[in-house]
Design a protein around this ligand. Structure first.
Ligand SMILES: Cc1cc2nc3c(=O)[nH]c(=O)nc-3n(C[C@H](O)[C@H](O)[C@H](O)COP(=O)(O)OP(=O)(O)OC[C@H]3O[C@@H](n4cnc5c(N)ncnc54)[C@H](O)[C@@H]3O)c2cc1C
Length: 274
């Protein structure tokens, strides 16, 4: 499948893949949509939608701030103008931002196979480096990303060697507060620290019901990082990645909390915030 070609064409060039046939979907008009579901609980992003389309969309950034923040870190404008969000998820680079956002939100991939449409949840989609459950003949037609409930704050941050490079480590958080200001639900995900995007589910469960504080975010970051098993490579050692993961996790939780407080507002009515 050829979408934006920003990952596939380099792989073809280096003879890392030698497909017998390629289907070019990048101009498929019926895959070029960003639509909110009628109930307003999620957004569907079609397979021809470019990274740049997500950044340009008039309301998507406000409705799903973590997506906007993550996509702004994807490569450079020229690549964002061609590469697609669905292509990034299908390519399954564990250092990429979009797979981590899909994992954070418990999103889904809508797929068209010979037997018809089916849906794969994020936690079942990624198998290992650059490998998903998708059979080669099936096409991912859209991502479905849940929108945040009222009283939720979100944040994405990463550390890369240079602006636009793949993340050495990235972290994303989603935090929903209850009416007393306690953590009703916490979500934390990483990219660049394993063979797939990683959710810190144990830490998420520990944070539920707690009183937010700077110390709580630091402890959560350290606990999440302790569970990670990043690899060392030419760009960074495993120890460095773990340390950065702890730091970024604390920062995204803190930022998400600040935004959730803002979302709640003085009257306590709630509403999603950036
Ligand atoms: C210099 C450079 C820097 C980059 N930096 C980053 C970065 O910082 N962060 C980041 O996330 N990405 C980065 N990228 C990758 C870029 O974001 C790609 O666009 C993206 O990973 C793949 O999207 P694409 O549409 O170009 O997919 P393609 O290259 O067309 O396809 C990639 C793979 O996905 C499969 N595929 C694509 N669409 C579908 C579909 N609908 N159904 C089934 N399979 C499909 C293809 O068969 C192929 O195996 C970078 C790329 C370059 C060249």
């Amino acid at each position: 499948m050829l979408a934006g070609g920003q990952s596939l064409v380099p792989m073809l060039h280096m003879r890392l893949v030698r497909p017998v046939a390629l289907v070019d979907i990048h101009r498929a008009a019926d895959l070029d949509f960003i639509e909110f579901t009628p109930e307003g609980e999620s957004v569907r992003i079609g397979a021809a939608v470019r990274h740049a389309d997500l950044l340009r969309h008039p309301v998507l950034g406000a409705r799903l701030p973590v997506l906007r923040e993550a996509v702004a870190h994807v490569a450079h404008p020229a690549i964002r103008n061609r590469g697609t969000a669905v292509g990034s998820v299908c390519h399954a680079d564990p250092a990429a931002e979009m797979p981590a956002v899909l994992a954070l939100l418990d999103g889904e991939v809508e797929v068209l196979g010979a037997a018809g449409l089916y849906t794969v949840p994020a936690d079942a989609f990624f198998l290992t480096y650059f490998t998903t459950v998708l059979p080669p003949e099936d096409v991912a037609v859209a991502l479905r990303l849940p929108l945040p409930a009222p009283g939720t704050g979100q944040a994405f941050m990463e550390v890369a060697r240079r602006e636009g490079d793949f993340a050495l480590v990235g972290a994303a958080a989603c935090l929903r507060l209850d009416a007393d200001g306690r953590v009703a639900e916490a979500r934390l995900a990483f990219c660049g620290v394993g063979d797939t995007p990683v959710r810190a589910r144990e830490v998420e469960a520990q944070l539920a019901g707690t009183v937010p504080s700077a110390a709580a975010w630091r402890e959560a970051g350290a606990a999440a990082a302790a569970h990670l098993e990043p690899e060392s490579d030419a760009h960074a050692s495993a120890a460095y990645r773990r340390e950065v993961a702890a730091y970024l996790a604390a920062r995204v939780l803190e930022a998400a909390h600040r935004r959730a407080e803002g979302a709640f507002g003085a009257d306590g009515r709630g509403g999603a915030a950036g």
